[in-house]
Design a protein around this ligand. Structure first.
Ligand code: NAP
Length: 181
């Protein structure tokens, strides 16, 4: 069971513009079934977690509504309107407790931290993040939501080109920075 942060980024390390636009990303060419693309990654997943801004983006922009079937934890201090009939819950619990629930729900399959970057960082702080996958788009944004605002040492374990994207996969070498994990 591996906990992944899988995301796409601009070359200068932003996963969205400051106003949460992904227009710069969605216009890029990718082979959805090609190297390190989402289809192959998603095949091994059993649970996922995201922050409220990422959730709200998906709800506002996914044509036809929520399309995920995985058990999902959305981190927020607010009461969010959830998709009907989908296994989605809002939480403000400690990431360690949520991760334990996700492991049980995933039943041996992998966990996906969708984003944003600080939420992935919270899992890393707790020593619970195993891998970081970043698909770099050929764009410089200059500012925006950072890919992972932490000091982390990583080991590059895979790299591939998928059309416009430089796809990278890293193992997280150091876990909790506070010595608790
Ligand atoms: N490029 C990509 O592939 C990609 C991937 C993922 C996301 N994105 C985009 O990147 C942007 C990310 O936005 P973001 O950086 O603001 O991150 P985010 O994680 O989506 O949202 C942050 C919010 O989540 C809630 N939250 C985070 N940690 C929490 C905790 N421990 N307990 C309770 N609530 C918590 C807080 O909101 P509340 O006010 O609700 O408490 C916080 O302001 C979005 O626009 C998203 O669409 C892009």
């Amino acid at each position: 069971m591996t906990t992944h942060y899988y995301t796409a980024s601009s070359l200068d390390g932003f996963i969205a513009t400051a106003d949460h636009s992904l227009d710069w990303l969605l216009k890029q060419d990718i082979d959805e079934n090609g190297p390190m693309a989402y289809a192959g990654f998603a095949a091994g997943l059993g649970a996922m977690a995201m922050g409220s801004h990422t959730f709200e983006w998906v709800m506002a922009n996914d044509v036809g509504g929520w399309s995920y079937t995985l058990p999902t934890w959305v981190f927020s201090h607010r009461d969010l309107e959830l998709p009907e009939g989908a296994p989605v819950q809002v939480t403000r619990a400690d990431v360690r407790d949520v991760h334990a629930e996700m492991v049980t729900a995933a039943d041996g399959r992998d966990i996906w931290i969708v984003g944003g970057g600080d939420l992935a960082g919270q899992f890393a702080d707790a020593g619970l993040l195993d891998e970081v996958w970043v698909q770099y788009a050929p764009v410089i944004l200059g500012s925006g939501a950072p890919v992972l605002p932490r000091r982390l040492d990583l080991e590059l374990i895979d790299v591939a080109r998928n059309r416009a994207f430089a796809c990278t996969r890293y193992r997280v070498l150091n876990g909790a920075q506070d010595g608790t994990a």
